[in-house]
Design a protein around this ligand. Structure first.
Ligand SMILES: COc1nc(N)nc2c1ncn2[C@H]1C[C@H](O)[C@@H](COP(=O)(O)OP(=O)(O)OP(=O)(O)O)O1
Length: 166
């Protein structure tokens, strides 16, 4: 039985590029990723997504401009935590992405995404994001470099997915 912890992960995008941040400390150090973190007590998931984006790259986004595009679950051999990651995308935002103590942001063309310097799972589920398809993925890791098993599938509707999820 796992202890489920909810995280957010936000990607800013435009027609040709996606904003990634190089993690400067903590979990995922030196990897490029979206912006996000733990949902705090008494905080909604969407509020956490907005807060983490602001804290990590100084950009503000409205609730209505954040779209929930995916759901990821990560477990790690020998660990009791299940990371439940809610993935969001936005193309409307305010502010200029700026480096903070936690992240160094950079725009990447879609064909130049640095998968070699990202979490190994990203290569597997990013194709859904890039094709604007909703997705669900579950990954079981050994350490932080090896995926022991996984499943990824396209979803038709996030609301229906969460309604039917146990
Ligand atoms: C294991 O595979 C993962 N792949 C991807 N793409 N993203 C992941 C993976 N595991 C976690 N993440 C995401 C989920 C969150 O957005 C961050 C981790 O959040 P963090 O630990 O940095 O949370 P904070 O609340 O910011 O933590 P501190 O304030 O304690 O630094 O990575």
């Amino acid at each position: 039985m796992y202890l489920r912890k909810i995280y957010t992960l936000v990607f800013l995008r435009n027609e040709t590029q996606i904003l990634l941040g190089l993690k400067k400390r903590g979990f995922g150090l030196n990897k490029w990723n979206g912006f996000g973190g733990k949902v705090e007590h008494n905080e909604s998931i969407i509020d956490a997504a907005i807060r983490e984006l602001r804290e990590e790259c100084c950009v503000d986004v409205n609730k209505s401009d954040l779209k929930n595009i995916g759901h990821l679950e990560f477990t790690f051999e020998g660990e009791s935590i299940l990371m439940d990651v809610r993935v969001f995308s936005a193309s409307v935002y305010e502010g200029v992405p700026t480096e903070t103590e936690e992240m160094a942001p950079k725009w990447f063309k879609y064909e130049e995404i640095p998968f070699d310097d990202m979490w190994p799972d990203d290569r597997i589920w990013f194709p859904y994001l890039l094709k604007n398809k909703l997705f669900y993925g579950i990954f079981h890791y050994k350490g932080y470099d090896t995926i022991l098993n996984y499943e990824v599938k396209e979803l038709k509707c996030m609301e229906t997915f969460y309604k039917n999820k146990k």
